[in-house]
Ligand binder design. Structure first.
Ligand SMILES: CC(C)(COP(=O)(O)OP(=O)(O)OC[C@H]1O[C@@H](n2cnc3c(N)ncnc32)[C@H](O)[C@@H]1OP(=O)(O)O)[C@@H](O)C(=O)NCCC(=O)NCCS
Length: 139
């Protein structure tokens, strides 16, 4: 039987997460080990993500699934696990809104100012031509 564990990463796992953030062009700014959760699939790092406490709101970001583990609902699992740990509104900026719609997020036009900055200076910069959407999950 497959063993799935979700927990905070250790130092070595966090270093691997940092490599994947770079590879998948995900947000690594101000990243600390404590913000992250990793999903281990039979003891192998398969998925990760974090909550970033901004001065004006909470952001879900840096969500990724290692290529060979995609399509197994592990992306969904890590997001659900992270969301289960908080009871405040959560925002995110994404070019794949349909993935997050299934997880309770809705497109929003009103969001923290710091996310406007991320939208313009990170997401639109790295995904020129893609539609960048800000979403909110209400609690
Ligand atoms: C996006 C990503 C996290 C999805 O992980 P995954 O484990 O393959 O996804 P899941 O198996 O949990 O998929 C859950 C559902 O979302 C859908 N989905 C998966 N990737 C999707 C995408 N890129 N766009 C829209 N829907 C997607 C699946 O089809 C599935 O739908 P279903 O329930 O109707 O079958 C993964 O492809 C990834 O790491 N991509 C690169 C990094 C990235 O884009 N991160 C998000 C930045 S905002």
């Amino acid at each position: 039987m497959i063993n799935i564990v979700v927990r905070q990463p250790n130092e070595a796992e966090f270093e691997d997460v940092r490599s994947y953030l770079k590879k998948f062009v995900l947000d690594s700014s101000e990243a600390t080990k404590e913000q992250f959760k990793v999903l281990l699939y039979d003891d192998k790092l398969a998925a990760f993500g974090r909550l970033k406490q901004r001065k004006d709101g909470t952001e879900l970001c840096s969500i990724g699934v290692v290529e060979e583990y995609r399509g197994k609902k592990l992306g969904e699992a890590i997001v659900k696990d992270i969301l289960s740990t908080i009871n405040t509104d959560v925002y995110l900026v994404t070019v794949i809104p349909n993935f997050f719609k299934k997880l309770g997020f809705k497109e929003t036009k009103e969001y923290p100012a710091s996310l406007k900055d991320k939208r313009e200076n990170f997401c639109e910069y790295h995904h020129p031509g893609d539609c960048v959407t800000v979403m909110k999950c209400s609690h």
